[in-house]
Design a protein around this ligand. Structure first.
Ligand SMILES: [Zn+2]
Length: 146
């Protein structure tokens, strides 16, 4: 169920995520995922999961969406949307929460969707509380240098 106080994703963002999900390469899990990140410019970048017969080499949809954002020259993510099928609520895996944290704030909304639409909105900080991020290293660097 969507949380109206946090706002629903734009229709174009959800449609792009659905299109990305349709292009997923998931012959092993058969669990296709689409992800879209919105950059600071407002542009949308999509990704899908890409599995591999050597399982650990597969990559998540969020990772490819982040790569597209970086390739376009952007560095900040202001909104995230993930879509997948199935009865369980889909959310970015722990690794992807960490990947997103590199470019997004704790308050960044993460829209969790299924084929029918938005099911829940959370913030990145709710999904990955007390995360380790660039700020941790910045203070360490200061301590080493200073
Ligand atoms: Zn992931």
């Amino acid at each position: 169920m969507a949380d109206p106080a946090r706002g629903a994703p734009s229709p174009d963002m959800l449609e792009l995520a659905r299109a990305a999900m349709a292009r997923a390469y998931a012959p092993y899990s058969r669990f296709a995922v689409g992800a879209v990140v919105r950059g600071e410019s407002g542009a949308l970048y999509a990704g899908c999961n890409v599995e591999n017969a050597a399982f650990p080499l597969g990559s998540c949809a969020e990772a490819s969406a982040i790569s597209a954002l970086i390739m376009a020259g952007e560095r900040r993510i202001v909104e995230v949307l993930v879509v997948g099928k199935g009865p369980a609520l889909i959310s970015p895996c722990g690794g992807c929460c960490q990947r997103l944290h590199e470019f997004a704030a704790d308050a960044t909304p993460v829209q969790l969707c299924d084929s029918k639409g938005l099911r829940r909105t959370m913030t990145l900080g709710e999904l990955l509380p007390l995360s380790f991020g660039p700020g941790n290293l910045a203070s360490s660097a200061t301590e080493i240098v200073g």
